[in-house]
Design a protein around this ligand. Sequence first.
Ligand code: SF4
Length: 528
Amino acid sequence: MGCTQVSRMLPVIDLAPAPPARAAYDVLAPAPELAEFATDDIALPRFHVWTLGCQMNHSDSEEMAGALAAAGCAEAADLESADLIVINSCAIREAAEQKVIGRMGHLANLRRANPALRVVLTGCSVRTDNAATLKRRYPEVDLFLRPDEEPELTARLGLAGATAPGLMVGAQREVGAQREVGAQREVGAQREVCAIRRQSATSAWLPIIYGCDKTCTYCIVPFSRGPERSRPFDEVVDEARSLAARGYREVTLLGQNVNSYGHDLPAEARFGEVQTGRHLGRQLDLDGRPDMAALLRTIDGLRTDDGVPAISRLRFVTSHPWDLSQRLIAAMADCPSVCEHLHLPVQSGDDTVLRRMGRQYSVAAYLELVERLRAAVPGISLTTDVIVGFCGETEAQFEQTLELLRQVRFETVFAAAFSVRPGTPAAKLEDDVPKAEKKRRLQALLDLQEGIGLEANRGWVGRSTEVLVDQERPPSTHADGYGGPRLAGRNRSNKLVHFDGPVELIGSLVSVRVEHAGPYALVGSLDG
Ligand code: SF4
């Protein structure tokens, strides 16, 4: 498949875990080594990027912020102090779009106070098929960019002129608390240097595949992000190596369907051992092409001088059951850096609903995957996405979903009530589950899952677990009178763990003994 567009996004959207702690700054000046390129500080807008939705959007926003910083713009802490607002939107549900529409009045007020204000809207809300309606829905937006047009942001704003170092290969870029060499990303047929302003100095997103080829009838992503396009294997490995060299402890490989990585890349002799076909969904010729298993094994194989994995933790989101091959499961089991956690969206526990959703697997096939994962990676933490109240879902079919949750015992379920997305195949089906009933089903599912999640978390009490510390909790949340810093981070199973300790620990891997469990997080003390 040819690479013709750039687009990125995941379906997890506003239910995704919170991003890592943002670097502590109000306004960031451009990197000093870019000073010689600066044109006129006063003329350059201060920008603020407002990101909604999934990890892929957050990763895209890091690139847009990096490009603006590389063009010499400073970053503003909030919408109110910005001259340029970039809204990276999410369209997976109507509620996500309403969040932006609901801000139009506020943006109009800001423009009255600052007539120089410019507003850019990008992300999944901007598509070719809805171009005619955008200005009516978002009257305060000056420039609409489809996701594949995001690399044009600075040029379209007139900020990428001859003085813009964003066009220089290997230019040093400001990246939050630290600097990094601009990563090279394959974009269509051309190579592009991306400036990336990362939000964390500890954990990094690494996009490896863009778009989606799947057939889910409720989803707008294939329309907004185009078909699947994988980044070249060596380029991804080089970027992982570079992240390791700069001290990133955790790397998350990103894609709408991350585990279908490589099917569109050319076959090569060095991948001759890849002779695996899909068992679910549309059949593909995967022989001789790089796949996720090869990628995980190669990145896991990067070593420090001491012989330990150069990247301590490797994760990947989001997986589709179609491409969870036995090769991939074996790589997860064999690679010490790959975390014992998988987010595997199931969406429904009923075959008829799954068929109507276009998911192209059965509940039995999903359960078989779960069994194989648990056999290969004992103790693996599984999380999932569920949609309740999809078109035609009966009470009995909903009950099947609850039954699936009881059976699999996911650690976390990101659940949402179905909302029709104009332009998707499901928009032609009857949205016949009343709103109140969707709400009731959603609450019933959340109530059930709360008990399951709590029970799973209680299993951690009394155990020590490795936590990658990435945030300091605000003092105002200390209800118990504790006066010192309260830190938080995730363990390898992706559990949020709170504990007390010095802020210097942020960015390190520490051992925490778990003392209490809630349905959504663990609380403990530093070991030793
Ligand atoms: Fe949407 Fe399905 Fe593709 Fe996920 S796999 S992005 S839900 S079409």
